[in-house]
Design a protein. Structure first.
Length: 252
């Protein structure tokens, strides 16, 4: 069966629901463009806006501890810097996230949305040239739809692949075939990537992205059903190019 890209997602704000893309231009050695470009720092965060750098996820609001973030989805226009937050499909905040005034508009909404549920004040932050992914390395994350379907067999509940917060959702592969690709080179659309490692899963995957409820203990189900906690793979872009939904994935 032909392996193809079923969907492309980026997460402009760490912890919030994704923005679907029809296509994307991957660059050598970089994450998917504007993925996790922004994060929401809580009041106890060590992140320093005067000397911004990568920080571990504990320094930000994430689904790991703040499942209610899944009520928010986001879109980002990189040309204008306009960031729009939506709840139940309705815009609730909009501002130029690359400017102090625009971020303040977003922060005013976040203050009301977060109030009492996390150390405050919370604010939108960025670190130019750095993505707030869970790893300091610049990877693209890939999820195999068939692996998610096999995990559904264990949990006996439907699992939206978005729960795993991957950049590329692929279909046509056998369940868990991606775990055998570590060290191999793949071509996806016009780009080449090297598969680096499986993605270990934490409690963030217990959150249903549609309801913001913790409804399935995914890490436990992975260990019980398969003897590991991984679902998906990290890959490094070694040759940039355009990737579009429907493009083939080829093992080289």
């Amino acid at each position: 069966m032909t392996l193809t890209v079923a969907a492309i997602h980026r997460f402009p704000v760490k912890g919030l629901n994704p923005e679907p893309l029809d296509s994307v231009v991957l660059e050598t050695g970089e994450c998917l463009p504007h993925d996790r470009r922004f994060a929401i720092a809580h009041g106890a965060s060590r992140f320093d806006a005067r000397d911004p750098d990568w920080q571990p996820k504990q320094q930000f609001l994430t689904l790991l501890k703040h499942e209610w973030l899944a009520h928010l989805s986001v879109s980002f226009d990189e040309a204008s810097g306009l960031l729009t937050l939506c709840r139940n499909g309705r815009p609730v905040a909009r501002g130029n996230a690359t400017s102090p005034i625009g971020r303040e508009v977003i922060n005013q909404f976040l203050a009301a949305f977060v109030r009492g549920r996390a150390p405050g004040p919370c604010k939108l932050v960025e670190a130019p040239g750095i993505a707030f992914t869970d790893t300091q390395d610049n990877f693209v994350s890939i999820i195999n739809r068939a692996s998610v379907a096999d995990l559904e067999r264990v949990t006996r509940k439907p699992l939206d692949p978005v729960r795993f917060r991957g950049n590329l959702l692929i279909e046509g592969a056998e369940p868990w075939a991606e775990s055998e690709w570590v060290g191999r080179t793949i071509r996806v659309g016009g780009a080449r990537l090297v598969v680096v490692e499986p993605i270990g899963r934490c409690a963030a995957t217990t959150v249903n992205p549609a309801t913001a409820e913790r409804d399935v203990n995914v890490p436990k189900a992975l260990m019980t059903g398969f003897g590991h906690d991984a679902c998906g793979i990290y890959a490094e872009v070694v040759e940039g190019g355009t990737v579009a939904a429907g493009d083939p994935l080829t093992l080289l």
